[in-house]
Design a protein around this ligand. Structure first.
Ligand code: NAD
Ligand code: ZN
Length: 370
């Protein structure tokens, strides 16, 4: 049985500030959680998107009103294509019209796109107001709602403009996963399998054991899975809140993954690209002698068994290599590549040659049918 809540310690410069992640099966306890933030009589704006609003906006507004909040809402168009400064301006305008001041709050109700945009609006409106996260995708529950990274895309550059801004509360209602489209669910699984590879071999084994229940979205199993993934993300971000070092291990599968995502014009989901990137990273880890061939094959089989791709069609090694090298996570012109130095333990390697990288990229390319 997993605990009901986790506490995430935040930046030291925030004077020991910490926030809870609570695990629930409905929105019934949201008002109690809000009450404990001691904002009675203040305003709160629920920011959500066009897909999520019809399912959950009313229930969330009701819970917040019960907590004595004056509630407004702002609905963004759904999707990554709208994760930009223009849409954030819409949030600012709403807050100005509704006379939001420094003590009022935002609530992000949605996936990672809504969470990142709402967090960014909160970080910048009046030089920073509080916000809470109510993540509704699996990816947002295990990844984007924790750790305080917020931001938007700028032109073709993903997450290029942003701020670190920690939420005051992460309210995880696992029941919302029942309306999540299948592909979006797999997308979150990509990050979850990655958590096993970077920090916890036993978790990786547990995921295999419970594959059927996970894919059938059994609430109890999903809750335990989300809790375990949150534990891993929490531990990593607490050790390195602003990504000076260790936090970069969370980027396993993302260096090549982002390149693929961009070259495929975002037609593949993020988690799918991360899966392909993890397969490439596992290959390089094997070539370096850190993983056995069996472990490499096992990782690819595991990704596939969770309905994730390990190869892509229609791309060339050269273009992936060059897109990989233009990733913003470079340091002094070197790629910070995340490898496993053993199954379940990731390390950063700054010394991967172009030749090694090209060879790894070769293993994820599918031949086109002629
Ligand atoms: N801040 C971070 O640390 C961090 C980490 C990882 C990813 N991200 C960001 O997260 C974003 C991806 O997030 P995402 O995968 O959650 O995508 P998303 O927010 O676009 O949500 C995916 C789709 O599912 C819909 N949806 C959400 N919840 C639903 C529900 N319960 N039922 C039905 N439909 C629902 C959304 O409207 C959307 O159409 C990217 O922009 C990425 O950069 C941020
Ligand atoms: Zn990711």
């Amino acid at each position: 049985m997993t605990a009901q809540r986790l506490q995430v310690e935040s930046l030291k410069k925030d004077r020991g500030f910490s926030y809870p992640i609570v695990f629930e099966r409905d929105f019934a306890h949201l008002s109690t959680e809000i009450n404990s933030l001691k904002r009675k009589g203040r305003k709160i704006c629920v920011v959500t998107d066009t897909h999520v609003a019809p399912f959950y906006l009313e229930a969330v507004k009701k819970a917040l009103e019960e907590a004595g909040q004056t509630v407004t809402s702002y609905i963004l168009p759904a999707g990554e294509a709208h994760k930009n400064l223009e849409e954030v301006q819409g949030i600012y305008e709403h807050l100005i019209q509704e006379h939001f001041d420094r003590k009022d709050m935002l609530a992000a109700l949605g996936g990672g796109v809504v969470g990142d945009m709402t967090g960014f609006a909160a970080a910048t409106y009046l030089r920073g107001i509080d916000f809470i996260q109510i993540p509704t995708t699996l990816l947002a529950q295990v990844d984007s709602s924790i750790g305080g990274k917020t931001g938007v895309d700028f032109k073709q550059y993903k997450n290029m403009v942003g701020a670190f801004h920690q939420p005051r509360l992460v309210y995880m209602n696992v029941a919302v996963l029942k309306t999540l489209p299948e592909k979006e669910f797999s997308c979150g699984i990509g990050e979850i399998l990655k958590h096993g590879y970077i920090r916890d071999k036993e978790y990786s084994r547990w995921l295999d054991e419970h594959r059927e229940d996970i894919l059938n979205r059994s609430q109890d199993i999903c809750r335990e899975m989300i809790w375990r993934s949150c534990m891993i993300k929490k531990t990593v971000v607490e050790n390195d809140p602003t990504e000076q070092g260790e936090r970069a291990v969370l980027n396993m599968g993302h260096t090549i993954g982002h390149a693929v995502e961009k070259l495929k014009n975002f037609t593949m989901l993020h988690g799918e690209c991360v899966s392909v990137g993890c397969a490439a990273s596992a290959y390089l880890s094997m070539k370096k002698g850190y993983l056995t061939k069996e472990e490499y094959v096992h990782i690819k089989d595991q990704l596939r068994s969770f309905r994730l791709p390990v190869t892509v069609k229609g791309l060339q090694t050269k273009e992936i290599l060059s897109a990989t090298k233009s990733d913003k996570k470079m340091e002094n012109g070197k790629i910070k590549f995340v490898l496993m130095d053993s199954f379940g333990h990731a390390v950063i390697d700054n010394n991967i040659s172009d030749q090694e990288l090209s060879e790894a990229i070769g293993t994820i390319l599918e031949e086109e049918d002629t």
